[in-house]
Design a protein around this ligand. Sequence first.
Ligand SMILES: Nc1nc2c(ncn2[C@@H]2O[C@H](COP(=O)(O)OP(=O)(O)OP(=O)(O)O)[C@@H](O)[C@H]2O)c(=O)[nH]1
Ligand SMILES: [Mg+2]
Length: 454
Amino acid sequence: MNIEDTIAAICTGHGGAISIIRIAGPTALETGRAAWQGHQKLHRNNARKMLFGKIVRNNGQSGDSALAVYMPAPNSYTGDDVVELHCHGGAAAAREALESTLINGARQAEPGEFTFRAFINGKMDLTQVEAVCDLITAHSDMALHLAERQIDGVLGRQVATLRQTLTDILAECESRLDFPEEELDWTSRDKTILLLNDIADKVTTLIQTGRDGAVLRSGIRVVLAGRPNSGKSSLLNLLLGFDRAIVTSLPGTTRDTIEENANIRGIPVTLIDTAGIREASNMIEGMGIDRSRQSIRQAKIVIWLLDAASAELSAELAEMQTHAAQKSNLIAVWNKIDLALADVSLPATTSCPSVCISVTENIGIEQLLDTFERVVWEFPHTEEPEVAINQRHAKLLEETLNVTPEAIAAIGDSDWELAAVPLRQAMNTLGQILGEQADPDILDNIFSRFCIGK
Ligand SMILES: Nc1nc2c(ncn2[C@@H]2O[C@H](COP(=O)(O)OP(=O)(O)OP(=O)(O)O)[C@@H](O)[C@H]2O)c(=O)[nH]1
Ligand SMILES: [Mg+2]
């Protein structure tokens, strides 16, 4: 992407009351002045102030009323000179304003081009760029907060600090090589090894956050399964907060799988209600039950509903064992506890957590959600994760971790030349997380996920 010219795009989605056209680049001010006119001229003296005026149409006549604001470089999103035009919503008004910028010196921006410029201009490192994408696609408040922290540079700063320590250690190794005879004020070998071990620990801790990152970025598939009439669709509706699935007292009500996205305790989930599993009474039910089995196989978490009011409690459990015992993330839920006999003792589950609830009486739902949260997070979260890496970071952090023992061993042997090689490698991989010497293919991959106007 050329970063020398001036680009423009509609930055807002369809259907809003206002459309924003952003112009960025060295001649943004000239383009803005030609495409918009008000009582006050866009000028450095009124920078970052909203001015009222009108869009100038292609034929030179006044068009739609619009606000304009000038943000001089480097204090703008991209780090370039930026002008934004805020006109009425609706495709036609925005299109006319954009066209006016395009005939007055701007080029239509490509997807992600504003953020690309912000990256090239040093306004953001690559972790912050990735977080912009995470923020747009966030499906839960926790995912959103994680993206916001990453945009603020929380992850980038941690990586940059580790990289700086490695840079300092490498500089010392090189200095020892260059001045072997001189007694300079070097850090002791033991201290250097401690520093490297500390880096390895911190890298390991970061790698462990990858699981949280995967959950929050991609969400998890949670299937509601069990025998017919156990209350799967009732629970789906309760968790969603609206009547999505048909509920009746007839066993075999749900035939096809029903998928809905939801947000449970800040965790983005896809809930899947399924046909109750039993000996099918006809072909259509049989096909539905096949889909239930497939959903169980594909789901990350299976919530298996058992009927606490059943006359054959052990048979209920045995059914679960048959169909879902191989799942590592299984939660057994005894539903209809309101109908269970007062002195009933429910058979214990040994291989998975179990909870007693009543969907209709709203009993035990909080305990179910507590259990769900414990199953989702490997480590219990008392608060939201501060950082959580993605797959790209994980690969580079693993590479960093792999070379640290080599550096530690070489420093232990006072072989400074040998130590310099893995140290440089580790610095390089951490640098790539931040986007330094980033492979063009990696950048393409990241920016291809952006939309036009971002
Ligand atoms: N008393 C009582 N009834 C419940 C409870 N949960 C669900 N029901 C009732 O049980 C019946 C079946 O509920 P559904 O949610 O349709 O059950 P399902 O598992 O989806 O059934 P299928 O779709 O046929 O597999 C309905 O009449 C519900 O109102 C509960 O906790 N207590
Ligand atoms: Mg159902």
